[in-house]
Design a protein around this ligand. Structure first.
Ligand SMILES: *Cc1c(COP(=O)(O)O)cnc(C)c1O
Length: 468
């Protein structure tokens, strides 16, 4: 499998090359030269596979420069009942007839990012050992991504994590999740400031190329290709769980921020999985809903990003969207380059009155947006009708998914977090606390390990130098 850039001007690479990298050298994103096409026989054989077996079949298509036995070892060590609280890894449950929840949030940080990030941790460790390299991951978080990265990298050889978060501004649960980690390779840095200060520091350190090289600084951001491909697996798993034959079609409702999760759905569909619709749900930050309705992609300045009760979808632009646009333009890298240069210059591009817009319908995307009031209403209705609690992001997906439900087509709503992470909104909706998963009841009382620093680039650099 060769990987090329969506902007067409970077040398082709292997999986192992794109694994540890960020953007391609021309500023584009890594994408396979073509998607493997599944035969009916293959799809029939995959129906009965376990999560681990299915993950191996899919990963070996995309990571063909890792030996099969090695890949199997990594997958078997990652997708265990001990880590994901069930041997199904991503269990499906029914919400109402024809509507199902695909449980993606049973990993250590109770959000779907664990599914990909846990595998990434194991892949990183293996790649760094092979290349005799070290990596210091530097990141900024206001919650989900940072904790998923820390739980994926804790205790791994060759990797340290330096995670910046705004001091005293995360929820008690999220703070406890991260700060209770005692692993010596995890460094929580609480910055006296807001999330933007943390992000600015990460940018400033990353822009100091000499420092970056000397200290082997890297990131685990949402454009990482290995994260996308790891997420392809559960679309297959979810499809098989709610169908009896591969003649049937299924629609998936996906709470969307940076377009990573739903991009994996698009790839599963492109490989031949019989997906009818990919139902894209946004919150008040509706840049992608607007695109799929109108053909205009208009990113928001950061002062126009709403802070919502589904905070992991609060985005100004969708970092993985370029991968889809590449396919939408018929894999025309020159066009993609032009379109995203236009975004940098003017903040938008407009595909109406282009052949690309006419083709959009072939890709099976529909979309909608959800508000705080919708979220509360959905959480209440689901609880009343099924006795199940869903988190705020999942509620956005259910709300928009039901708007697009079609008779005879099973609807699978992706559960991207557990309600325990967002107890404030659950209390607002239901007047009671969410259930805390077994083993985590005491989390907020565990000893915490973190360092408080001023919002000062030099202070953070000194800290990294002193600890790496
Ligand atoms: C990250 C996240 C999302 C958005 O996923 P993308 O891949 O960025 O579209 C949705 N819900 C939760 C809970 C998340 O953590």
């Amino acid at each position: 499998m060769r990987y090329i850039s969506t902007r067409g001007a970077a040398p082709a690479a292997q999986f192992s090359d794109v694994l540890l990298g960020g953007l391609m050298s021309d500023g584009g994103l890594a994408i396979p030269e073509s998607y493997p096409q599944l035969s009916a026989t293959q799809l029939a054989q995959w129906r009965t596979l376990s999560y681990r077996e299915l993950a191996l079949e899919i990963m070996r298509l995309y990571a063909d420069d890792i030996a099969d036995a090695e890949l199997r070892r990594i997958i078997d060590a990652t997708y265990t009942a001990a880590v994901f609280r069930s041997d199904d890894i991503t269990p499906v449950r029914q919400l109402q007839p024809g509507v199902h929840i695909l449980g993606l949030s049973n990993g250590p940080t109770l959000a779907f990012k664990d599914v990909a990030m846990q595998l990434l941790g194991a892949l990183f460790e293996q790649a760094l050992a092979r290349e005799r390299r070290e990596l210091n991951i530097l990141g900024a978080t206001s919650g989900d991504t940072g904790s998923a990265a820390e739980y994926a990298m804790r205790g791994r050889r060759g990797v340290r994590v330096f995670m910046l978060s705004p001091h005293r501004r995360m929820s008690a649960f999220q703070t406890a999740q991260m700060f209770s980690l005692q692993d010596p390779n995890i460094y929580n840095i609480a910055i006296r400031g807001v999330f933007d200060d943390c992000q600015d520091i990460v940018k400033a350190v990353s822009n100091d190329l000499a420092f970056k090289t000397r200290h082997h600084i890297g990131t685990v951001n949402s454009i990482n290709w290995a994260r996308i491909v790891a997420q392809v697996v559960y679309y297959f798993k979810g499809y098989f769980a709610v169908t009896q034959s591969n003649e049937q079609q299924v629609s998936f409702a996906v709470p969307t921020g940076n377009f990573g999760n739903i991009c994996a759905g698009h790839i599963a569909r492109s490989m031949g999985l019989p997906i009818r619709n990919l139902i894209l749900a946004t919150n008040e930050n509706n840049v992608l809903d607007e695109f799929f309705r109108s053909g205009v992609y208009r990113v928001r300045p950061s002062n126009q990003v709403h802070q919502t009760s589904s905070p992991s979808m609060d985005i100004s632009k969708a970092s993985n969207f370029e991968r889809f646009v590449y396919d939408l333009t018929g894999r025309n890298a020159a066009q993609v380059r032009e379109l995203f240069h236009q975004v940098e210059r003017t903040g938008q591009f407009d595909l109406t009155r282009t052949p690309h817009h006419a083709r959009l319908a072939q890709f099976g995307f529909v979309s909608g947006a959800s508000s705080h009031a919708d979220r509360l209403e959905t959480i209440r209705r689901v609880y009343r009708d099924s006795g199940q609690m869903v988190d705020t992001h999942t509620a956005d997906g259910i709300k928009v998914g039901l708007e697009h439900q079609e008779a005879g087509v099973p609807l699978v709503c992706l559960e991207t977090a557990l309600p325990a992470k967002f107890s404030e909104t659950i209390r607002e909706a239901l007047g009671r606390d969410p259930e805390i998963p077994k083993g985590l009841e005491n989390l907020e009382h565990l000893p915490q390990r973190y360092t408080v620093l001023d919002a000062d680039v030099a202070a953070v650099k000194d800290f990294i130098t002193g600890n790496s």
